[in-house]
Design a protein around this ligand. Structure first.
Ligand SMILES: Nc1nc2c(ncn2[C@@H]2O[C@H](COP(=O)(O)OP(=O)(O)OP(=O)(O)O)[C@@H](O)[C@H]2O)c(=O)[nH]1
Ligand SMILES: [Mg+2]
Length: 220
């Protein structure tokens, strides 16, 4: 959806409890870090207005979901209509946390479009870890996602995650607009061609112009 504030898009943050989903959201939206935090119940909702490097604007509706097992069956209702997902695991807990994140991803996949913009985030990079991040990198690559390291505690890598997600969402949006325009142009060309009896001509001329191209609430 596009209004004066630019593209308006829903993104979900998911993953097991305690990996730092709420902390990442708070760091990104408010620049703060609280320790300790309370476990999220259901989900929290925040909005963030983003200006991309190319000047395009976007509002991200960020749904920070609960990772405790008792909320897991509720999570899919927050996934609906999400165009982006940020899957978080805890770097300090290594392979075990990464494998757990993949399970959350399976749940997500059953409820969203297959081409959702996905970022996989190893959070708590300020803590010691034995996790080989190349594993996350190659997994992300194999499924068309991006992989990031972050620390909600220090702020390292946090902005980059959301900028990357926003940039990819905008690129997808621009591509889909182009596709719609080209379709309209082709359809217009066929109609004109049919009227004038020069079907082929209409398409050729017009093809050449292809280049044109419910939880807690808050706002930040
Ligand atoms: N060292 C360190 N601790 C972090 C970081 N991010 C979060 N934490 C801590 O990890 C704990 C869990 O953080 P939350 O943000 O509440 O985790 P969550 O994923 O939202 O958990 P649920 O809401 O239960 O799903 C808290 O004690 C945070 O202070 C980080 O980047 N580094
Ligand atoms: Mg939380």
């Amino acid at each position: 959806m596009m209004d004066d504030g630019g593209l308006d898009v829903k993104a979900v943050i998911l993953g097991a409890t305690d990996v730092g989903k709420t902390s990442l959201t708070m760091r990104y939206c408010h620049g703060t870090f609280n320790h300790p935090t309370s476990a999220t119940i259901g989900a929290s909702f925040l909005q963030k207005r983003i200006v991309l490097k190319d000047g395009n604007k976007m509002t991200l509706q960020i749904w920070d979901t609960a990772g405790q097992e008792r909320f897991r069956s509720m999570a899919p209702m927050y996934y609906r209509n999400a165009k982006a997902a940020i899957l978080v695991f805890d770097l300090s807990k290594g392979d075990e946390s990464f494998e757990k994140a993949k399970e959350w991803l399976e749940d997500l996949r059953n409820h969203v479009e297959p081409d959702i913009v996905l970022a996989i985030v190893g959070n708590k990079c300020d803590s010691p870890t034995e996790f080989d991040f190349e594993v996350a990198n190659s997994y992300a690559q194999s499924i068309g996602a991006t992989a990031h390291k972050s620390s909600a505690l220090t702020g390292v890598g946090v902005e980059e995650i959301f900028q990357d997600v926003a940039r990819r969402l905008m690129a997808k949006h621009i591509e889909s607009q182009k596709a719609v325009r080209n379709k309209q142009i082709s359809a217009g060309g066929s109609n004109r061609g049919a009227r004038t009896g020069s079907k082929g001509m209409g398409n050729v001329r017009l093809d050449s112009s292809k280049g044109s191209s419910g939880g807690q609430k808050g706002c930040c």
